[in-house]
Design a protein around this ligand. Structure first.
Ligand SMILES: *Cc1c(COP(=O)(O)O)cnc(C)c1O
Length: 380
């Protein structure tokens, strides 16, 4: 069989399979105890007070923006160097993205550029820890406090990563952090996501939003209950619930997260050693304040004109390389909204140079060696 090494994929073992089987044989396959158990384990892992799980990272982002009060015609500041969901989830609420350019070195939003884009309509800053390397959150927090803005960490790349020696998601510098459990992310539930927060109000809004805006808590009723069956829908929510089947997989996966991060960091170290002196491309950096979670291993070509050919060569050799990301506002939908090419020069240049190499915990030693060999050869 022809070799194929994707850029990322899940790691599933016997314990994961047994955890799922157990739920399938139980009384509740959704809205049972496993979801709550997963939420508790996740909040403890990152050091947050509350966690709420969702059926995707995107629905988690949508819910987070809603719970923070983002609404029609509000503006929010974000990065173009992300998956479209970071921005899309706020478009669902009628808000308008203001794209701030990135830093070449990390691929993260340029923290120093944020302030000059703030206007009276700006309500929120949504940052992405690109590839798993933390944004310098202290700077973001300072700006947010100065202008009374909410802060969202789209931490879909960064579960298990750290900022200033503490886990991302501990909410020292933000109102909420959002995670995804898609199979290419650090842990998986098939599809899934989560929001963590320390704020009880936000927590309660999140719980209602993912269940049609319904509450069953007597103390919260606006009308007199007609009887014991009574529940109330108080705002327009969605069905964004995760099943217990998925949550049981999440619980089992979370136990392995530290070993997953260790393996990702090991692969990155091997790549760094093999590539550090090469004349063809730059490798990812790790700032003093960050512990990189290496969701991705993005390289940046010195000669961007070669990218297309190199990419095709690597694909032909069975490397499932990818590009992260096409700047969000390049997409036709955003172009139609009026965003123009040239808006974020560094992000556009980054896109022109970037290729993501395979990195995931199930990679074997021979896979790592194969990638190193084929990458160096492709440039010769
Ligand atoms: C994966 C991802 C999402 C969306 O998560 P889904 O679970 O696929 O909906 C959002 N933002 C970023 C940065 C991501 O990488």
């Amino acid at each position: 069989m022809k070799k194929f090494i994707p850029y990322g994929r899940q790691f599933i073992d016997k314990d994961d399979i047994n955890a799922v089987l157990e739920v399938l044989k139980s009384d509740f396959i959704t809205q049972g105890e496993k979801t709550k158990e997963f939420e508790k384990a996740l909040s403890e892992y990152v050091g947050a007070k509350y966690a709420v799980v969702f059926n995707s990272g995107t629905s988690a982002l949508h819910s987070a923006y809603f719970a923070l009060g983002l609404k029609e015609n509000d503006k929010f500041i974000t990065t173009p160097m992300s998956f479209a969901a970071t921005s899309n989830a706020a478009l669902y609420l009628g808000a308008k993205p203001i794209f701030v350019d990135i830093k070449e070195e990390t691929g993260n939003i340029n923290e120093e550029e944020i302030e000059k884009h703030i206007t009276k309509d700006t309500k929120l800053i949504s940052v992405v820890h690109y590839a798993g390397h933390s944004v310098d959150m202290e700077q973001v927090k300072d700006i947010a406090q100065k202008y009374n803005l909410k802060v969202v960490e789209d931490a879909c790349h960064a579960l298990g990563g750290e900022y200033k020696n503490e886990k991302i998601g501990n909410l020292k510098y933000s109102d909420v952090a959002v995670f995804s459990f898609h199979p290419v992310k650090h842990i998986t539930t098939g599809e899934g996501g989560a929001v963590v927060t320390n704020d009880k109000n936000i927590y309660e809004k999140l719980l209602m939003f993912k269940n049609h805006g319904i509450t069953k808590e007597k103390e919260k009723f606006k009308n007199n209950p007609d009887g014991d069956w009574y529940y109330e829908m108080q705002f327009l929510g969605y069905n964004y619930r995760m099943t217990d089947i998925q949550a049981s997989l999440g619980i089992s996966q979370l136990k392995k997260l530290d070993s997953f991060i260790e393996k990702r960091r090991y692969i990155a170290k091997r790549y760094n050693e093999a590539f550090k002196d090469n004349p063809y491309f730059d490798i990812p950096t790790e700032k003093d304040y960050a512990l990189h979670a290496y969701h991705l291993y993005p390289i940046r070509l010195k000669d961007k004109k070669r990218k297309k050919v190199i990419f095709e060569k690597l694909r032909k050799k069975g490397l499932g390389v990818q590009v992260h990301y096409i700047p969000i506002y390049f997409h036709p939908y955003y172009q139609k909204l009026g965003y123009k090419k040239g808006l974020c020069k560094i992000a556009e240049d980054f896109y022109a140079k970037e290729i993501s190499l395979p990195i995931y915990p199930a990679m074997k030693e021979e896979d790592i060696e194969y990638v190193i060999k084929k990458v160096l050869k492709a440039f010769k």
